[in-house]
Ligand binder design. Structure first.
Ligand code: PMV
Length: 318
């Protein structure tokens, strides 16, 4: 039995979105982002040494779905870059899998790249008898594989601002993410492509200023425990990012018809009851509704009562 290393990392959902990156590689974000970590949605990565002369290879962990060819290649390329950076010459078998269903429509690149970085550096530090790098350092390394993955090293909230990454103070109660799954198919435009294409939008010019302003307001809302204010900021930010998509050349969009019904439901709820969830949508059609853990059942009952269709729901605590 060859030596093995196994680690896992959670996914995260951004309220202030990372959208747009510099040309030079390494995933340098053009704006700061804020996310909540999703402790229940995890990727596990296992590494084992292969005999000398072998090539690195990837396999799904038992019971996990295989990755698409491009995703496997991106994963292996990143791992090989890490090995080169750390002067590691052995060959490895990488196995990975998510604990959330592959048809959940949840992005897995954040948890996958965070888990791969964590497992790789755990293995490298043991093989080289060196101490493991700090979470901040690992996060910045992981960022070069997938930008949003750097935020998965901290919880329950995480701010990523250039080379800085930290947990902002929060007086909010523990929140849960209720994901309303509307379409779990593969995206026509990947988030990597979106980062490039949004630059053609006439709205991109003010994007950094708007997100910096929203970040400051979000940090105050977190610090004072103002849930409603955070919900307002997140809603504005959702439309900001998706408006960039809708006004790019050529325009593109991720919404499914039901996406708008869920947003209308959230608007009505806040208007009629002065109560509701924080809503956000990534580069996909599914709506994330963040709600204090104690209110989750009430929200699910309201959804069931008001939506004219029956979506799947996946939930994760922070
Ligand atoms: O990390 P990437 O390149 O997959 O980009 C993620 C982009 C969004 O999910 C749309 C926003 C975010 O901040 O997570």
């Amino acid at each position: 039995m060859s030596k093995q290393w196994k680690e896992s990392a959670p996914s995260n959902i951004a309220l202030i979105k990372y959208m747009g990156k510099g040309e030079g590689g390494g995933n340098v974000a053009t704006n700061p982002s804020l996310s909540m970590t999703l402790a229940n949605f995890r990727t596990t990565v296992e590494l084992s040494l292969l005999p000398e002369g072998s090539d690195d290879a990837w396999d799904p962990l038992p019971g996990s779905a295989p990755l698409r060819r491009e995703s496997t290649q991106r994963f292996l390329d990143f791992f090989q870059r890490l090995k080169k950076q750390e002067s590691i010459h052995q060959a490895f078998l990488l196995r990975s899998g998510n604990n959330f269903p592959s048809d959940a429509g949840l992005a897995s690149s954040a948890s996958s790249f965070a888990a791969l970085t964590k497992t790789a550096y755990t293995a490298f530090s043991e093989l080289q008898s060196k101490p493991l790098a700090s979470a901040e350092k690992l996060a910045m390394i992981s960022r070069t594989g997938s930008g949003s993955s750097c935020r998965s090293f901290f919880s329950p909230w995480c701010v990523w601002e250039g080379e800085k990454i930290f947990v902002p103070p929060s007086k909010l109660p523990e929140l849960e993410d209720v994901v309303v799954v509307l379409d779990a198919g593969f995206k026509k435009v990947s988030s990597s492509q979106a980062h490039t294409r949004v630059k053609s939008s006439p709205l991109f010019a003010g994007r950094t200023d708007r997100s910096v302003q929203r970040m400051q307001e979000s940090l105050s809302a977190l610090a004072s425990g103002d849930f409603k204010r955070l919900a307002e900021i997140s809603y504005a930010e959702l439309w900001d990012m998706h408006s960039l998509f809708h006004t790019s050349t050529p325009p593109f969009f991720y919404f499914a018809p039901e996406t708008l019904s869920v947003l209308r439901f959230v608007e009505d709820l806040w208007e009629k009851e002065n109560w509701g969830p924080i809503s956000t949508i990534d580069a996909g059609p599914n709506v994330h509704l963040l709600i204090p853990a104690g209110d989750k059942e009430k929200l699910l009952a309201k959804l069931q009562e008001n939506l004219k269709f029956t979506p799947k729901y996946f939930t994760s605590r922070a």
